[in-house]
Design a protein around this ligand. Sequence first.
Ligand code: 5GP
Length: 189
Amino acid sequence: MDLLKEKILKEGIAVNENILKVDSFLNHQVDTKLMIEIGKNFAAYFQSKNIDKVVTIEASGIAPAFTTANFLNVPLVIFKKQHSSILNHDLFETTVHSFTKNSDYKLTASKKFLKENENILMIDDFLANGEAVLGTSRILNAAKCNLQGVGIVIEKSFQPGRNKLENAGLDVYSLARIAKLGNGIIEFI
Ligand code: 5GP
């Protein structure tokens, strides 16, 4: 998606060889017009998959997931991060390793909002090692939902996420795919 790539080149900051900072338009300040274009693009790509719900993980996936769900005309379900263990029989729960924080968190979703056989699209801001998507997929399996696709705003293709998700049989569609990050360097595939 050219508009997104231009924005990344103009405002993205490679913090080091592994982390891209995009807090001026994606996950701190939000460019709402860009989010609308992102939502249109994901909705067009996944239109034929009969999606019943879009899911994402709080907080940085919410903006692109919201616009995607709006264009697909379906609800958005936001999976929650809990930093201590909680025992609640009304929730699905799994442990996920956070790439940016290098620590584990519990990912949870209410059983109320995931029904058997629903077709689900997951949207997230970044794909790095794929742990966030795999955790989401475990919850959807427990709910007997069908994960029909994964939409990623920025994929860091030099990290193992895409391979892991493809090996798990998932359809991964990324709007920008980064080949290399470094001091002042952002290169796309
Ligand atoms: P994964 O689970 O694929 O290893 O990491 C995905 C999650 O880590 C994303 O939801 C995102 O919040 C965060 N993340 C991974 N890489 C980056 C990055 O380069 N920049 C930012 N801002 N977040 C990242």
